[in-house]
Design a protein around this ligand. Structure first.
Ligand code: HEC
Length: 155
């Protein structure tokens, strides 16, 4: 048992040494997507809201308030939330059409759409009151967050 732990420790040290030997820049394999500053700012704001929605949804699920969790998800990152971040929400007319979506490469755009559609899938599962189905559906949403974050960056 001790030997196994020692062995693991050696592997860990080896990996750490290897990682520190690599140049920092080579570690970021995500595709850089460039967009105008206004679009990037809209996207960043949308992302903070996405995380807020996820946090709120988890809190409601923990309290067994499935229906409300579904409603929050639908308005936060479901299909109903689409367009809110296209720069057309009326907050600033000058921002019209400056949304991040049109600067996304196809693969990234598909992940954005998948986030919205799985968000609505979750909303329906939660509304049905089936807790297990809702949890499964929520993981399908976060899978899209993760897939996009590990593939793309904007700076
Ligand atoms: C279509 C791609 C895509 C999807 C889907 C996506 N994100 Fe992001 N998100 C990004 C990118 C790209 C950035 C980095 C922006 C940058 O380069 O500064 C980001 C940044 C963020 C940030 C950091 C914001 C900041 O202040 O800098 C948070 C938080 C975040 N995302 C949460 C989420 C959550 C939660 C989900 C899922 C519900 C999600 N995102 C789905 C692409 C995506």
């Amino acid at each position: 048992m001790r030997n196994a732990i020692r062995q693991w420790f050696r592997v860990l040290i080896g990996v750490a040494a290897l990682a520190s030997a690599l140049p920092a820049a080579a570690e970021d394999a995500r595709q850089l997507v460039t967009m105008p500053a206004a679009a990037r700012e809209i996207m960043r704001q949308a992302m903070i809201e996405n995380l807020g929605t996820l946090n709120g949804v988890l809190g409601l699920l923990a309290e067994d308030r499935l229906k409300e969790a579904g409603e929050l998800a639908e308005s936060g990152f479901g299909m109903s939330s689409m367009g809110r971040h296209m720069g057309m929400n009326g907050m600033d007319v000058g921002m019209r059409g400056m949304g991040p979506g049109r600067y996304m490469p196809e693969g990234m755009h598909n992940l954005a759409m998948a986030m919205h559609s799985t968000g609505s899938d979750f909303a329906r599962a939660a509304a049905s009151g089936d807790r297990a189905a809702a949890m499964k559906a929520l993981q399908a949403v976060t899978a899209n967050c993760f897939a996009c974050h590990s593939s793309y960056r904007t700076r």
